[in-house]
Design a protein around this ligand. Structure first.
Ligand code: GLC
Length: 447
């Protein structure tokens, strides 16, 4: 059985968000189960040929356009990656044209429609071979459609990572094409699979999602994380064996974090971390209203890391200006700093309005940091209230405030906090279980 993954990102070659992390790690886990698979993605200008050891393997023409295909492997694995280059449509400009990562322009739609065409041709001409083509998000919707209405052969599975980003232009809707035309549709958590059949979460696609669910063709499988990459022991951040030094290490991490983010060094100050795209989805607007009171009442500290929409960036920057000793706002993405936040803060914030899976909460738990999350999507499926984190229901700053206050109360009781930390670190967020579920789906499809 041969599986071909098709996607727009792959960490570490091209990462914008969680999609890249999934495409960079799930194929490795599937490969370990004995499946043969490869990934195909666009060759963006920013992907360095030398750094990633790309080898040119193919040139061909589609719609009068010249295409070049390179090959490499996912780092630390034998999984092949094919990268498709085309000067006019695919390879010009950044990975996405909008800072929020959401599709905005016709130029962006054209890029991925053309990429889909190129992959279709490669399958048709047997440049690559697959029994199942596993497509991810709207960028690959046009490919799913072409495969459905052809005799090229492979079956298709389409995974929804984020329904809010549909890739629409005129009558074209990449997400809808994928959902409508795939042999099987999945999304990245069981709760999100249910939520998206309701008006509140379906972003206008509830009809077709309900239809696919009725057909038994919509399934939720929770994401995992690359536990080799997010390894507290390797990062020498936390004693992985939960020995008596765990808390001491945690304190050390906290002080390191306070130093690098230029906050007042104070191991008693409760510190909340955020690593996120700064968009409405992530519930960022719930945070500014609670900051002042927490700073003034509890001497709390906040570290923010991420980029996104201007208004969110500005709000968080304003807070850092107002409270330089307590708030650190970092408008960038930096993997090293992200790890320091996961490991060094007392609590990790994820007040998302919706969250298909979410990876940050799993990473923070692995680093011994209980997350504070809204009860939605993958957050609901991975966090246990008052066991491994804090959950709140209502999309309001007041509800978030209540949850953060409960968290501060636990932090003041060293024993309770440590128990919670230990439970967090014992959770299994590896890909093993979920990879087995994907494998089962592939096997059923080929029966
Ligand atoms: C999107 C979703 C996020 C999910 C990720 C990977 O970024 O917003 O919840 O974890 O895709 O599936």
């Amino acid at each position: 059985m041969k599986i071909l993954f098709v996607a727009s990102e792959l960490t570490p070659l091209a990462k914008v968000g969680g999609l890249g992390d999934v495409i960079g790690s799930l194929p490795k886990a599937l490969n370990k189960t004995g499946l043969k698979l490869a990934v195909i993605m666009p060759k963006y200008a920013a992907i360095d040929n030398k750094k990633w050891r790309l080898k040119k393997i193919l040139e061909f023409v589609e719609s009068g356009e010249k295409l070049t295909v390179y090959k490499t492997t996912i780092p630390k694995s034998l999984v092949p990656v094919y990268l498709v280059e085309n000067k006019k449509y695919i390879s010009r400009g950044p990975i996405y044209f909008q800072k929020t990562a959401f599709a905005g322009s016709k130029r962006e739609i054209d890029r991925f429609v053309f990429f889909s065409k190129a992959v279709y041709k490669m399958l048709k001409e047997r440049f690559i071979d697959a029994d199942i083509v596993h497509c991810h998000d709207w960028h690959t919707g046009a490919l799913v459609r072409s495969l459905r209405f052809s005799d090229v052969g492979p079956q298709t599975i389409f995974t929804i990572h984020n329904l809010a980003n549909q890739g629409k232009s005129g009558r074209f809707n990449g997400m809808r094409e994928g959902i409508n035309n795939a042999d099987m549709v999945t999304t990245v958590s069981p709760t999100y699979a249910k939520e998206i059949t309701t008006k509140k979460y379906s972003v206008g696609l509830e009809q077709i999602l309900r239809k696919r669910a009725r057909q038994g063709k919509l399934v939720g499988i929770i994401n995992g994380i690359d536990i080799g990459f997010f390894d507290p022991q390797k990062d020498n951040m936390i004693d992985h064996k939960y020995s008596s030094s765990t808390l001491a290490r945690k304190n050390k991490n906290k002080i390191t974090l306070q130093k690098i983010s230029k906050l007042k060094v104070d191991h008693k100050a409760p510190i909340f971390g955020l690593v996120s795209r700064l968009t409405a989805q992530k519930g960022i607007m719930l945070i500014p209203p609670i900051v002042s009171e927490h700073v003034e009442k509890h001497n709390a500290q906040f570290v923010f890391l991420g980029t996104g929409s201007k208004s969110h960036e500005e709000k968080l920057l304003e807070l850092a200006k107002r409270y330089p000793q307590n708030v650190s706002t970092n408008i960038l993405f930096d993997e090293v700093m992200a790890h320091k936040i996961y490991a060094g803060c007392d609590f990790f914030l994820m007040p998302s309005r919706f969250e298909p899976s979410g990876l940050g909460q799993m990473i923070s738990m692995r680093y011994g940091t209980p997350p504070i999350v809204r009860v939605t999507g993958g957050l609901k499926d991975t966090v246990r209230h008052l066991e491994t984190g804090f959950m709140f229901q209502k999309e309001s700053a007041a509800a978030l405030k209540k949850a953060t206050e409960a968290a501060i109360a636990i932090l003041r009781d060293e024993k309770l906090y440590r128990q919670m930390q230990r439970r967090c670190m014992k959770e299994d967020f590896s890909w093993d279980k979920s990879a087995a579920k994907y494998k089962e789906i592939y096997q059923k499809m080929l029966k």
